[in-house]
Design a protein. Structure first.
Length: 142
């Protein structure tokens, strides 16, 4: 069911999370928080796709290592829907650096450092739309 405040967002379980078998735990946390799955894909990102996905960070000192990390192994691409999905998902994930993330958030519980921070969450409605279209084609229509 959809209404005016229903949104879709993208969560990625990053290579460090997949390697530590945290895909199920991540999905379980979102489902328990009232999110519905709308799309799901398991894949290793190509360098081209990773560069496009993170284009806004091109030129920053962490960009090249970020691309290397995000293409280093498989990721789980998860499309989710809920009221205020984007803000709620960011709350569940916690701040980028696990040391700054609030207790009980995914990054506080599982993140290793600022780069290997287990999950990605879209940061705005425009980002969610762009990112879903890039990595889960069809997720915005289904
Ligand atoms: P993500 O939410 O995927 O969006 C951009 C990513 O860049 C971020 O999570 C981190 O993995 C990475 N990142 C952002 N800032 C830093 C930083 N200061 N050092 C290392 N990696 C960073």
């Amino acid at each position: 069911m959809s209404d005016a405040t229903t949104e879709r967002t993208l969560i990625i379980v990053k290579p460090d999370g997949v390697a530590r078998r945290l895909v199920g735990e991540t999905i379980a946390r979102f489902e328990a928080a009232g999110f519905s799955l709308v799309a799901l894909r398991f894949a290793t990102l190509s360098e081209e796709l990773a560069r496009e996905f993170y284009a806004e960070h091109e030129g920053k000192e962490f960009y090249e290592p970020l691309i290397a990390f995000m293409t280093s192994g498989p990721v789980a691409l998860i499309g989710l829907e809920r009221e205020n999905a984007i803000e709620r998902a960011r709350q569940l994930c916690g701040k980028t650096n696990p040391l700054d993330a609030a207790p009980g958030t995914i990054r506080a519980d599982y993140g290793l450092d600022g780069r290997h921070n287990t999950v990605h969450a879209s940061d705005s409605p425009a980002s969610a739309e762009r990112e879903l279209a890039l990595v889960l084609p069809g997720a915005l229509e289904s």
